[in-house]
Design a protein around this ligand. Structure first.
Ligand code: ADE
Length: 318
């Protein structure tokens, strides 16, 4: 259609408002790599109204990336241009001009991916259990340094609340994330959660569902039954994924449905199987997960409701 064609042309057209000069970007190191994409750390000079040097993250494609990945990266760019919320990763600029790779310049999150952060925090807990006598007397020791990484139940709730707030915002602007998982949440300064990885995110207009066009890698264990069966993605399928993300939070980054093969999962879910309550998970929080895993999408809570429940739980100290 004409509208699609106009959008496609727009997608490849440089936007002077966001273009950043390549020579003001100094790539430092690789932060992460996917199959076709790469995230780099860089220093940007005078970006986004910040005078001087700012540490940034740069998303780019590998040489062997295909057109689909280019498309996903450009989709992410155009979506990020339109969003603004403290719990959603911020776009700072872009390099799309010829003479170099496409770079999406995004805010740098100093603690990296939430899943890794949660997993790292496990070892620290253990090192505290195995305290030395000096620790108990309150003297300083080499165990003191990583204390900043220790996670309390209240912090888990605060993470969940922040992510829900970001998702409530995204759903209010009619965006469906489609890949909500702890690996796609970044942890920035002051332990602020930032929803990221919008490569699969889609605009929903007219009817409220998005039908996935191509195959590609699918996050089966985070997906709602209707997404697995009919490729239907809505804010309510994001709510299902949020339930899995809650489970990841309380298990400090465990992999969901341990021991269950992805091929068997859909059948099990259809029969009503759900993950059991993890250790250290309050009944209230488990109830929230189960609400997110209601088989009928309309029975799952909205992110607005999830946010207010989490806020209340934070206040109650539960
Ligand atoms: N890894 C992927 N994206 C990142 C970002 N924006 N900041 C820090 N680490 C990252």
């Amino acid at each position: 259609t004409d509208k699609n064609l106009t959008n496609l042309i727009k997608k490849y057209e440089p936007d002077p408002k966001w273009e950043f000069p390549r020579n003001q970007l100094e790539i430092e190191q690789t932060l992460g790599e996917g199959e076709f994409g790469r995230v780099l750390r860089a220093e940007a000079t005078n970006i986004n109204g910040n005078n001087g040097v700012t540490t940034v993250a740069v998303k780019t494609l590998k040489d062997d990336a295909r057109e689909t990945e280019l498309n996903d990266l450009l989709s992410e760019y155009h979506l990020l241009k339109e969003v603004s919320h403290p719990n959603v990763i911020k776009l700072l600029g872009v390099c799309t001009t010829p003479g170099g790779p496409i770079y999406l310049i995004i805010e740098y999150a100093e603690h990296g991916a939430l899943r890794n952060y949660l997993r790292k925090s496990r070892n620290i807990r253990i090192s505290h259990i195995a305290q030395t006598p000096e620790d108990q007397e309150g003297k300083t020791s080499h165990y003191d340094e990583p204390k900043t990484c220790q996670i309390t139940p209240k912090e888990i709730l605060a993470f969940a609340w922040q992510i829900s707030n970001g998702m409530a915002y995204l759903s209010s602007v009619k965006l469906v994330h489609r890949d909500l998982a702890a690996r796609n949440i970044l942890l920035a300064k002051d332990k602020i959660c930032k929803i990221s990885d919008f490569g699969l995110t889609r605009d929903i207009y007219e009817d409220n569902a998005y039908f996935k066009r191509s195959k590609g890698r699918v996050p089966v264990k985070w997906m709602a039954p209707e997404s697995l069966q009919d490729h239907i993605y809505t804010t309510k399928s994001d709510a299902w994924s949020f339930g899995i993300l809650l489970w990841e939070l309380v298990t400090l980054g465990a992999s969901p449905y341990p021991g269950i093969a992805v091929q068997n999962l859909f059948h099990l879910l259809k029969q009503g199987y759900r993950m059991e309550r993890p250790n250290n998970c309050s009944p209230k929080l488990y109830q929230m997960m189960r609400n997110c895993w209601e088989v009928l999408p309309e029975n799952r809570p909205s992110f607005q409701v999830l946010s207010s429940r989490l806020e209340k739980m934070l206040g109650d100290g539960v």
